[in-house]
Design a protein around this ligand. Sequence first.
Ligand code: ADP
Ligand code: ZN
Ligand code: ZN
Length: 734
Amino acid sequence: MLPSIARVALPVPLDKQFDYVIPSHLFPIIGGRVSVPFGRQTLVGIVTALVSESDFPKDQLKPIYAVLDSQPVWPESLYQLLFWCSQFYHHPLGDTLANAMPTAIRQGKAASFSPYREWSLTEEGRNQFMVGLSARAVQQNRAMYRLESGPVSHSMLLDEDIASTTLKALEKKGWVEMHERQPSVKPWPKQIEADVDKPKLSGEQAIAIAAVNSEPTFACYLLQGVTGSGKTEVYLNMIKPILEQGKQALVLVPEIGLTPQTINRFKRRFNVPIEVIHSGLNDTERLNAWLSARDKAAGIIIGTRSALLAPFADLGIIIVDEEHDSSYKQQDSLRYHARDVAVMRAAKENIPIVLGTATPALETLHNALTGKYHHLHLTQRAGLSVPTTNHVLDVKGLFLESGLSAPLIAQMRRHLQAGNQVLLFLNRRGFSPALMCHECGWIADCKRCDAYYTYHQNSREMRCHHCGSQHPVLHQCGSCGSTHLVTVGVGTEQLETQLSELFPEYKSIRIDRDSTRRKGSLETALQAIRNGEYQILIGTQMLAKGHHFPDVTMVGLLDVDGSLYSSDFRAAERFAQLFIQVSGRAGRSSKPGEVFLQTHHPEHALLQALLNKGYNEFAQTALQERKMAALPPYSYLTLVRAEANDSQQVEDFLRQMRHTFESHPQFNDTCMVLGPTPAPLAKRAGKFRWQLLIQAESRTLMQILLRSAKPAINLLPLAKKVRWTLDIEPQDLS
Ligand code: ADP
Ligand code: ZN
Ligand code: ZN
């Protein structure tokens, strides 16, 4: 019998699919889009099966409105991967599939390229960088730097606050030009590699490249290379033969790591089209990038997390740079880990995958040490770079001026006077993390959260970093009415103010989420730093990753003690990774670098291991600790987050949930449920938050428990009152 019913996955938060009647003139295909009625709406969904029977009486089923594709949206292997994602992360299939489509496709538009206008530098424009740009034309320079790495669409430039008038002015000078881009699928040039100077590879680099390129089939490689050891050079060499075989490459980078600098290195090296996918693209750009991967217009796709789900005509290799980076884990909706899913994708496509980092995640390192992954090493810095020296500054009992000790200030002066740049790292934005009453100790707190307001002096307001709410700065204590309010603790804003007083002769710049809110402003700031316009750089972790600042010779880390004594079991690992990253910013060229770490706990075992023996020694110790505590990678976790207006209801609900898990027949002594406990931020935006942590020794058992407990949990009466989510293998326990 001919299938008369289509099963459709719709973008709704329900864990099921919906059946529709196929009218006789329509021919839906599995994996293709259809538009269907849903309540009063019309939705676009994906056909997952064609059947002849439904659980519902046929006369109650509605008909499909339209068939939108004659080809499946995804290649079979990616389609399968998305199913796997939905199951593994316990996220509704319809929403998982919708997540993996560019907006235009999701809305039902045709899956074909649309033309758009874009700007690029002219030959004469390029030459201006050699001549030197006029320092006064700030807006024009911003546009020039933005275009330095290649053409950018008109709409994107407008999004980044680069005005049409600025572009017109540059066009008049003959430095930039606009064209209508008609994306088309052209065959790649014969000569894949551009004619550029390439460094002579080190022995270690050559070994790594040969290892990966010897086998075209699935294998996972951990490329552990110290900062500046030439990992990118290795990636380029691994990709070259793949492109020459007519296959494509996917390069994932962390959010912060996606800079024009990085993209440029790939564009300069290869003659094939390279597309970039990141969260800042508009709908047309995203669609075009997505299509160019699918139709093989692009040879390489470089992108952040979401690029992993791009379709490829013929994928030959996946590279995950800075694989330990936490931005690879999506923190809402489909909570997938792009690195982990990338390994799964490589397995399904039967191609090699390379995880590169100086500081592997303990999970990854464990896989390498147990032989599941191949372990490749780059132990030497490439080229002229010289290693940095680490110093611990014991600040116990020392007076701190906005967080700076006298010895640190002296060291800064020494480096600045030698004509170098100094980078100060403080992972807290705003002026001060709290505003306190000097008379009674009351602290201004957010009424909607269990958290204090951060004081932002520049904008004259208090902001809650958890719910985003804002409040004008108070001038009176909310408890005793005193007007003597003082700030407690130091944020980047305050540090910036203090530094301009301490070092009036040097210019400083602050890089954090507040100072780079406007699109494109981060890039402009980074460029100005490289041009030497600033001598002191102040930053949160935004500044820690991937950037290359040849003139930074000193890095100072302030206020890191919190991460040494945190309740999150990953805090130490994160700190170690951050420390190596931050210190890697110093001495990247021929000048030796020095790192100074201010702490009240110079004797801390972890610090000692890290500073004296390096990341590997630290990681070994940390792995031992994890093993003793049966924590990942020696077990698997699932975090249940639940919230509601009534705290008691949330707690009760999770207690019942715990019972459901514990009474499961396969629940044994290799499993454990912890909680319910209040979330680290027990109240957010007016809702009370509780957690349950499920631990199991095997991934399979974890999945069995979750899968079979879910229907029972959904039947609990409180399930209607409490909002809850599962975070599989969570990265963040808050
Ligand atoms: P990583 O990604 O490991 O931090 P990069 O690939 O950015 O390192 O390399 C750091 C610098 O060293 C770059 O300027 C790069 O061009 C240079 N480099 C890489 N490999 C070599 C080599 N074999 N010889 C000389 N210079 C190299
Ligand atoms: Zn709040
Ligand atoms: Zn008071």
